[in-house]
Write a protein that binds this ligand. Structure first.
Ligand code: ATP
Ligand code: MG
Length: 270
């Protein structure tokens, strides 16, 4: 059995990313080696999601954060492939609009949390408000420093309302990012993904790692744990993410709703 606990950040511990290996492959030999497990997860996830939807008592929020080219889009494609689109939505968060900036930083986030019965995936999230915002000094330090507490309180509120929260940091190495960005220049089908701004952010890699370490250390809680997912190998990343989602949903007590009273006496007319 895959040891996923190992990738979860224990609440209250200081994270040093240097002690994680982004090229970790769990001692699997490659994509072929995990194919069966990936298929099993996909099948199981659909069944679990159908129960979640039918029951309408729980929801699941999956938060994805990564450096550029870290694999958020491809992880979403893989996970969404398992789910029925009717019960699942993806929300991306870009730089806030003037309207959003005129509210507290969680205002736009709260509107997008899943209703009961649904799965929502966040492609970036409120964590940008302690990552890009911190690295670029977009607000005074005293403001972003307060946000870790606000985030934990907010996530607690959401969790207490029936939403299970999972947070994944897809961790690639700086070398791997270089390869992937180069690929976006070399491969015409990927030109559209190349954004020169990504190079500016890349130059701030070390600052970002510090900001990630702070977010992972301060905001991994029992009600909204962070996972550091080694993401240099797409297939291992997909295996870990799908297994963690599966295990989490298996622990949510999802059941098919009971038959309404008198169902057995109903006869369908000819
Ligand atoms: P991605 O890079 O996630 O694949 P994309 O390339 O489609 O997405 P971008 O134009 O890069 O989209 O939009 C995301 C950008 O918005 C990122 O640079 C991110 O840091 C920025 N962003 C998100 N939330 C905030 C925020 N709260 N404050 C400032 N910038 C933010
Ligand atoms: Mg981008």
């Amino acid at each position: 059995m895959l040891d996923t606990v190992h990738y979860r950040v224990p609440p209250g511990t200081a994270v040093f990313l240097k002690s994680y290996d982004p090229a970790d492959d769990g001692n699997f030999t490659g994509k072929d080696d995990v194919e069966d497990d990936l298929k099993k997860n996909t099948k199981k996830l659909l069944e679990l999601q159908e129960k979640l939807y039918a029951q309408g008592k729980h929801a699941l929020l999956i938060i994805l954060q990564a450096m550029d080219a870290g694999g958020k889009d491809s992880t979403i494609a893989h996970v969404m492939n398992a789910f029925n689109p009717q019960g699942c939505s993806v929300v991306g968060f870009k730089a806030p609009t003037a309207e959003e900036l005129a509210h507290d930083f969680l205002w736009r986030i709260h509107q997008k949390t899943p209703r009961l019965g649904m799965v929502t995936i966040f492609n970036r999230s409120h964590y940008e408000d302690v990552l890009v915002v911190r690295v670029h000094n977009l607000v005074p330090a005293a403001v972003w420093q307060q946000r870790y507490t606000s985030i934990n309180d907010f996530e607690r509120l959401v969790a207490d309302s029936g939403v299970t929260i999972l947070k994944f940091f897809l961790y690639i190495s700086k070398d791997e990012q270089k390869k992937r960005l180069q690929d976006r220049i070399d491969d015409p089908t990927k030109h559209w993904k190349f954004n020169p701004q990504d190079l500016k952010e890349r130059a701030l890699w070390d600052d970002y790692m510090l900001a990630y370490e702070a977010a992972l250390s301060k905001c991994s809680t029992t009600w909204a744990p962070w996972y550091v997912i080694p993401a240099n190998h797409n297939w291992y990343r997909n295996l870990l993410v799908s297994t963690i989602i599966r295990q989490t949903m298996e622990g949510m007590g999802l059941e098919w709703p009971p038959a309404p009273d008198g169902l057995e006496k109903i006869k369908i007319p000819d």
